[in-house]
Design a protein around this ligand. Structure first.
Ligand code: COA
Length: 333
């Protein structure tokens, strides 16, 4: 702790938005050489949501953001900052956050995107926490929003079965340092040496859009599934352990673990290493698949609204994503 930590970042509202269209494993069986049994057993996913033509990362983000603002009882004009974590932005630029700002009519706020893929929401939380702790801002809206369905190759059965679309939002407010509630810590990391594990290899800024790369499907998600799996388990476990040590907590004092929903087996392996019961792990991967940067805020919103988060509870968040990026956070509600 240093002298600049005068205030605390407190969660004042939550929101989520999922597209209506459901794509089940049975639907995928019709177009791919796959089975419901394979997907369910290897990933825990049974269905995922798919954005309609009218829905994009910014549209879904604005829906989730509006709900969080109502939940937190503030008007859009009171926002100081909007951060959107997305790896499927509406366009290369302007930022998706600027479109969200326009949609919300949040006149007067700053708005920008963060790119840390599946860890993006924890990165956004970490950035917002710093502004609030030093007293720079009062109200920050952070949103994770993804249209993965537009960046997966629907003929690649090893990736397309995993991902889904959706958005989740948290409204953070500046609270007093004496307050026992709020964000207790965030830890974030990156290792660019592992950038090949999961990536969209077609480089718009590197090579320009060209026919050769389009034909080679380089503008879609490319992943080394097995290697990613192992690294994800290791990094998510270690960064959660670091968060516990930082706060002098044991897993026994944590009421709910809300992990990035990458794969049921990744999360089970993390829980096993932490000797934490799966009953206390929030899971919704069976309904939504992997919604990248949106999965944690969607999980928080569902956990709050279903009563799985109560006042005074401690929750731990953990994520791993392309980059490689990984991070954790501890929240006291
Ligand atoms: N249906 C049926 N078979 C499939 C399949 C599908 N949808 N996808 C892959 N297979 C096949 C493979 O072709 C392979 O066949 P082969 O042995 O004949 O070559 C076999 O299943 C095993 O493939 P493998 O990649 O070893 O499977 P796996 O147990 O590692 O599971 C993933 C694959 C993708 C589910 C798993 O590696 C994974 O979840 N990795 C992490 C991905 C992730 O979470 N990424 C995001 C991190 S934020």
């Amino acid at each position: 702790m240093n002298d600049y930590n005068t205030f605390r970042a407190v969660v004042a509202g939550t929101g989520a938005y999922l597209p209506e269209k459901i794509l089940t494993n049975q639907d995928l069986e019709k177009s791919l050489d796959t089975t419901d049994a394979w997907i369910t057993e290897r990933t825990g996913i049974r269905e995922r949501r798919i954005a309609s033509e009218e829905e994009s990362a910014s549209i879904m983000a604005a829906h989730a953001g509006k709900i969080a603002l109502v939940d937190g009882g503030i008007d859009p004009e009171e926002l100081d900052l909007i951060i959107v974590a997305t790896s499927s932005p509406d366009v290369l630029f302007p930022s998706t956050a600027c479109f969200v700002q326009k949609e919300l009519n949040a006149v007067g706020s700053a708005a920008y995107d963060i790119s840390a893929v599946c860890s993006g929401f924890i990165f956004a939380l970490s950035v917002a926490e710093q502004y609030l702790k030093v007293g720079r801002y009062k109200n920050i809206l952070i949103i994770g929003s993804e249209v993965n369905s537009r960046i997966v190759d629907w003929t690649d059965r090893s990736t397309c079965i995993l991902f889904g679309d959706g958005a989740g939002a948290l409204l953070l407010k500046r609270g007093e340092q004496e307050s026992p509630l709020g964000i207790l810590s965030t830890h974030i990391y990156s290792d660019g040496n592992l950038s090949d594990l999961i990536c969209v290899p077609g480089g718009i800024g590197r090579t320009g859009i060209n026919k050769q790369d389009i034909d080679a499907k380089k503008y879609f998600i490319n992943m080394s599934g097995n290697a990613t799996f192992k690294v994800a388990v290791k990094r998510m476990t270690s960064v959660i352990r670091e968060a516990l040590e930082f706060n002098h907590l044991s897993m026994g004092e944590v009421e709910l673990l809300i992990p990035h929903q990458a794969n049921q087996r990744i999360v089970s392996a993390v829980a096993e290493r932490l000797q934490y019961p799966m009953e206390k792990v929030f899971m919704n991967i069976h309904k939504y698949g992997n919604t990248s940067g949106a999965s944690i805020p969607i999980g928080i919103d569902e956990a709050k609204r279903s009563g799985r988060i109560q006042e005074g509870d401690i929750s731990v968040l953990g994520a791993v994503g392309a980059g490689l990026t990984w991070g954790s956070a501890v929240i006291k509600w």
